[in-house]
Design a protein around this ligand. Structure first.
Ligand SMILES: Nc1nc2c(c(=O)[nH]1)N[C@H]1C(S)=C(S)[C@@H](COP(=O)(O)OP(=O)(O)OC[C@H]3O[C@@H](n4cnc5c(=O)[nH]c(N)nc54)[C@H](O)[C@@H]3O)O[C@H]1N2
Ligand SMILES: Nc1nc2c(c(=O)[nH]1)N[C@H]1C(S)=C(S)[C@@H](COP(=O)(O)OP(=O)(O)OC[C@H]3O[C@@H](n4cnc5c(=O)[nH]c(N)nc54)[C@H](O)[C@@H]3O)O[C@H]1N2
Ligand SMILES: [Mo]
Length: 720
């Protein structure tokens, strides 16, 4: 069997097409998993007679190690799904009812172009009534924000602040370490203590878990800090089930114990940190008893954690923390990440390559964003920025001096906001506006696509070029198209190229050749000369040349070059310069009306709302559920399997109760993110979440959500 990337074998030439030269017989094409996951796996797709028959994990890529998750090993099922959108569709019924008729690309593009042109022609800044809405349906740098960004920049449309996932934690990391930087994931295999903090690695970061398993076999202790007894928590030596949104209190108490027992690396602190005296004072306000009360856990768990972490300092052993974004979807998310990111410097863990912390590695990639996105096309204009988290409220706003123009047109790609954005009833009301013109580029008729005026069929990863970074490892990946586009699908880039042409953005004297740049050329431009493209072409991935232990001798990318316990930049913004515990907007148990704290972490077989429509995966996941502790169930006369209403002042979600040892009392888990229309009563868990923002980064607070639960008498079933 031929390998495109094997030396000397048939490799399709780089050319301006979106699929390779057909090769007879089975061939393997190397690619990259496009999904929003820290693992960014290297894929190998087997193609026979132009049909992708199997997607495998690349055995030659060290992080992927030949293994894929259940979801992506079914990728061909998704690509050839019978409900895949194969033609442009125009709405033929009321918004939200999902009635569409097939139209030609020419008709669709001409009509969309004329609608958008009419809006933009209303006045000098009128294009700001047009909003792009996108996230990480694909993490590809080319099918994400390249041609799309150029298009909206040239038009002068509103800008989108892409905050929905990682904004608070990202900002916490930047303020403390100076960037989205940290340990190299492979060295977790050599750690002696691994704290998995706010992450269900088995479900959402499987290839990290493999390294943790190697460490475990070599005697490392694994501790999981998570309100839920997740698949990962049950496989660790210890599980600390704190209340949601109390992680900073735990981290501060841990510092308290390191200080009072003198488990500190004084030399590292003196040479490579900033603000130690102030942090010391702050931490001494947090004896374990105080934190235990806030976190809802026994004092002994905190002192034991401090003994484990401080013990590594004493013995000179590497201690590593794998944070993930689960802990920063609460009001104090930025502060929590700051507090945790301070810990390795206190014990000098960074001296070892197997010590430190990793939340995201994405800041280590030398992406030339300006080359891809061309912000210069704004030509001095400064459009307003809309936060994607508050799309529910913002779609319902009328024009005002503070807000500017009402949003009159929305172009959605790589995202399913009607399912994933908080406070769904507002989001749905916004999308249902008769006077809103909505275009959705999609693979499937999602909850969002149901509200579109036009749905445009987009290619999947098997059908287009792309180049990737990763937020969980430090390799660049290239994705080659393995098959021709299915049906009439086109890459996002091509759709924006053609729209630009239809709108005359590429003629009439302000023609910019950037609208005819090919995907292959964009792939090369993403890293310029920083990455050897020939290496990518030949093996599908290229490892960044980075130090093993990035901060062994300090050199943090902060303004001071030190790990900043105290941040002058935050203080200048009127915020606390030191990390602190910032209680939730909706503190667990505080409200008598809505006494339960609800988190809605990912379901293992879905990826956000992607894959919910893949039947085999949906069947494994079963039905939409809420996990609850036996005490909380009993108090409400709820039995395992009962259909329940989960509700608060924002809305109501009908699902099945699972009385489960995974839940601690007072906290319930509405596993996400189901398609509304595939749920029990046409809603999902985001009916309950709020649009309130985090302390830093203006992120979402999905896991900061108080609810009540009651039985529903009637029998419901999704089995249609
Ligand atoms: N299978 C699967 N994989 C995924 C995803 C998916 O939906 N499904 N999503 C992808 C995406 S978009 C992302 S951003 C990444 C990372 O996504 P994350 O959302 O970080 O994913 P997890 O690691 O599964 O979940 C976070 C864990 O945090 C816990 N948690 C919730 N609140 C708190 C809290 O206040 N404190 C602490 N300590 N823990 C808390 C939850 O119970 C859960 O076990 O994963 C990606 N991978
Ligand atoms: N309650 C609750 N809500 C959450 C979360 C949670 O934990 N709990 N997690 C949040 C997080 S971390 C995130 S990142 C967001 C994720 O939210 P989104 O980024 O919206 O992610 P998905 O739900 O996976 O939807 C992505 C869509 O993009 C489409 N797509 C994929 N590839 C392409 C492509 O190449 N072209 C086009 N045009 N479309 C494509 C897919 O078909 C899919 O419908 O959700 C957030 N919402
Ligand atoms: Mo995310």
């Amino acid at each position: 069997m031929a390998h495109y990337y094997a030396a000397g074998l048939t490799m399709p030439p780089m050319r301006d097409s979106n699929f390779p030269v057909p090769v007879a017989g089975p061939v393997n094409v190397n690619g990259a998993c496009p999904h929003d996951c820290p693992d960014t796996c290297s894929l190998v797709t087997t193609v026979q007679d132009g049909i992708a028959t199997k997607v495998h994990g690349n055995p030659d890529h060290p992080h992927t190690d030949g293994a894929l998750c259940t979801k992506v090993s079914r990728y061909t099922e998704r690509t050839y799904h019978p409900e895949r959108i194969l033609h442009p569709l125009k709405r033929s019924g009321p918004k939200g009812t999902g009635q569409f008729e097939q139209v030609s690309w020419e008709v669709a593009l001409a009509d969309i172009a004329s609608r958008l042109t009419a809006i933009a022609a209303r006045g000098p800044d009128a294009a700001q009534a047009i909003l792009p809405y996108s996230y990480a349906g694909t993490m590809g740098l080319v099918q994400g924000e390249s041609m799309a960004a150029r298009f909206f920049h040239q038009l002068g449309a509103s800008l989108l602040n892409r905050t929905i996932c990682a904004a608070a934690g990202g900002e916490g990391l930047v303020q403390t370490l100076g960037g989205k930087v940290g340990m190299r994931v492979e060295f977790f295999a050599e750690s002696k203590l691994i704290i998995i903090w706010g992450s269900n690695s088995i479900a959402s970061n499987l290839h990290f878990w493999r390294y943790a398993q190697v460490a475990k076999r070599n005697g490392a202790k694994l501790i999981c800090i998570d309100p839920r007894k997740s698949e990962t928590a049950e496989k660790c030596h210890e599980h600390i089930a704190l209340l949601p949104g109390t992680d900073a209190a735990l981290a501060l108490a841990l510092m308290h114990e390191l200080i009072t027992n003198d488990r500190l690396d004084h030399d590292y602190i003196a040479q490579h940190t900033l603000g130690w005296e102030a942090l010391r004072e702050r931490a001494l306000e947090w004896p374990p008893e105080r934190a235990a009360a806030v976190c809802g856990i026994p004092v002994e768990q905190i002192t034991a954690l401090a003994r484990d972490y401080g013990g590594c300092q004493q013995r000179g052993e590497p201690a590593a923390i794998r944070m993930n974004y689960g802990l920063q979807r609460v009001k104090g998310g930025g502060n929590a990440v700051r507090a945790i990111a301070c810990l390795p410097a206190l014990i000098g863990a960074w001296r070892h390559r197997a010590g430190g912390v990793l939340l995201s590695s994405s800041g280590q990639f030398p992406v030339d964003k300006a080359a891809l996105q061309r912000p210069d096309l704004l030509a001095g204009r400064t459009p307003r920025t809309i936060n994607m988290v508050t799309i529910g409220d913002d779609l319902l706003r009328v024009a005002s001096p503070e807000f500017g123009l009402a949003i009159d047109a929305l172009v959605v790609y790589n995202s399913n906001p009607v399912a994933v954005a908080p406070d769904s009833s507002k989001v749905v009301a916004g999308f249902a506006r008769e006077d809103l013109f909505t275009v959705v580029l999609e693979h499937f008729q999602t909850d969002t696509a149901d509200y579109a005026d036009y749905i445009l069929p987009a290619t999947t990863q098997l059908e287009h070029w792309d180049v990737h970074l990763s937020y969980g490892h430090t390799d660049v990946l290239l994705n080659r198209p393995a098959i021709a586009p299915v049906g009439e699908a086109k890459p996002n880039t091509q759709i924006f190229r053609e729209l630009a042409a239809c709108m005359g953005l590429d003629d009439a004297g302000f023609l910019d050749p950037c609208f005819s740049e090919s995907d292959e050329s964009l792939c090369r431009a993403a890293y310029g000369t920083a990455v050897d493209f020939d290496v990518l072409l030949h093996q599908g991935f290229a490892t960044l040349p980075l130090a093993d232990a990035p901060f062994a001798h300090g050199g943090f990318p902060t303004p001071s070059g030190r790990c900043e316990f105290f941040s002058e930049r935050l203080q200048a913004q009127g915020l606390d310069g030191l990390p602190n515990h910032v209680p939730n907007h909706e503190v667990a148990g505080r409200s008598a009306e809505f006494p339960l704290a609800m988190i809605s972490p990912p379901a293992r077989n879905f990826l956000n709302s992607s894959f919910v429509n893949v039947k085999s995966l949906r069947d494994t996941e079963g039905e939409p559920i809420i996990e609850m502790h036996a005490e909380d169930a009993q108090a409400r006369a709820i039995q395992n399997g009962d259909v329940v209403r989960v509700f608060n002042s924002r809305g109501e979600y009908v699902c099945k109760a699972v009385v489960s040892k995974r839940a601690r009392s007072g906290v319930v888990h509405g596993l996400g993110v189901w398609w509304r229309k595939l749920g029990l009563a046409g809603t999902n868990v985001n009916e309950l979440t709020s649009q309130r923002l985090t302390d830093m980064g203006a992120g979402p607070t999905f896991y900061d959500c108080a609810v009540e639960i009651a039985r529903v008498g009637q029998f419901w079933s999704t089995k249609k």
